[in-house]
Design a protein around this ligand. Structure first.
Ligand code: CA
Ligand code: CA
Ligand code: CA
Length: 323
């Protein structure tokens, strides 16, 4: 007991002695990106044994600058891939680690769930990346209209057919040498649920504390989504609402998002890396939009739309294999 008391006092003394302790950001040179520049600064700082302590290098905030901080930085660099496109326009691709989850209406969806949201086990065996936001008008112009400077608008690019999205991806891949693509429906929903970081990843129907969020990142739709009753019936600049557990914005609401798959009714059969049927009438669209009721802005709500049609409430989000 006495030993415990002494330890508590020592801990208190340490805390008092380090009033400045606290985690620094990953962006050490504060240029808005977490990248190899930050890595170089931190590794040089670790090698320089004579350097005075500086809080901006102490990522875990424990009062020393060492390999632990560097490893945290490496993890963060791996989490977010920043792809330069043109004239300062970048795409931020977020890592989604593979996993097994229940796709479709789990209990948190309550009575709002519809009959096409049949719950079934899905395993995604490969890590993948998905964009932090939908493709903006700025990104679209940076790729598709190289005769002019990219437009400033960070509103979602809309009025594009599924085929237009494919043409964009082809052009973007030519420009970057990478292999962007549309997400599959299963990838979209897993990401919307926060992947392995999602509150509901260890879902147990009997334990409400293990349930995921009804809307991507919250049970309060207004926190995370622009929908019919809070949007003034117009699309909004991306990333203004709270992100979900993976750091993804506007998965629900703002604009619907094209997925790769043909739309079909689910069955209860478990699936691994599902890609939808070989043919169909509509391609899957997900997430709801600024004109839909909040009911359509749930993580499991799904629809299909004719791939040759376009509308002002439908855009898309990029994905890629993580390699
Ligand atoms: Ca930086
Ligand atoms: Ca540290
Ligand atoms: Ca959306």
């Amino acid at each position: 007991m006495k030993k415990l008391l002494i330890e508590c006092l020592l801990l208190l003394a340490v805390l008092i002695a380090c009033p400045c302790a606290g985690a620094a950001g990953f962006d050490i040179n504060t240029d808005g990106n977490v990248d190899s520049l930050d890595y170089r600064l931190l590794s040089e700082r670790i090698l320089d044994k004579n350097a005075a302590y500086e809080a901006r290098f102490d990522i875990d905030g424990n009062g020393t600058v060492d390999a632990v901080d560097l490893n945290r930085l490496i993890r963060e660099m791996n989490r977010v891939l920043v792809v330069p496109v043109r004239d300062g326009v970048v795409i931020r691709m977020i890592m989604v680690e593979s996993g097994t989850f229940i796709l479709g209406a789990t209990k948190e969806q309550g009575a709002d769930a519809t009959t096409d949201e049949v719950a079934h086990n899905v395993t995604l065996t490969k890590d993948y990346r998905i964009a932090e936001t939908v493709v903006t008008e700025q990104l679209w112009s940076a790729v598709m209209d190289t005769t002019a400077a990219p437009v400033a608008s960070l509103k979602p690019k809309v009025r594009i057919t599924w085929h237009d999205c494919k043409a964009f991806v082809t052009e973007l891949n030519k420009r970057t040498g990478l292999t962007f693509r549309l997400p599959t429906e299963a990838e979209w929903e897993f990401a919307a649920r926060g992947g392995r970081l999602g509150r509901g990843y260890h879902y147990n129907p009997k334990d409400t504390a293990s349930w995921g969020y009804k809307y991507a990142g919250s049970d309060n739709v207004d926190e995370v989504a622009w929908h019919r009753w809070n949007s003034d019936l117009e699309a909004h600049t991306v990333a203004l609402k709270k992100p979900n557990e993976l750091g993804l914005y506007d998965m629900n609401g703002n604009v619907y998002e094209w997925c790769e798959d043909w739309f079909a009714l689910f069955t209860t059969a478990a699936a691994t890396n599902p890609k939808g049927p070989a043919t169909g009438v509509g391609r899957v669209i997900r997430g709801g939009s600024y004109t839909t009721e909040q009911n359509y802005c749930r993580v499991t709500s799904r629809s299909g739309y004719q791939p040759g049609s376009c509308v002002s409430t439908l855009g898309f989000r990029l994905a890629m294999d993580a390699k």
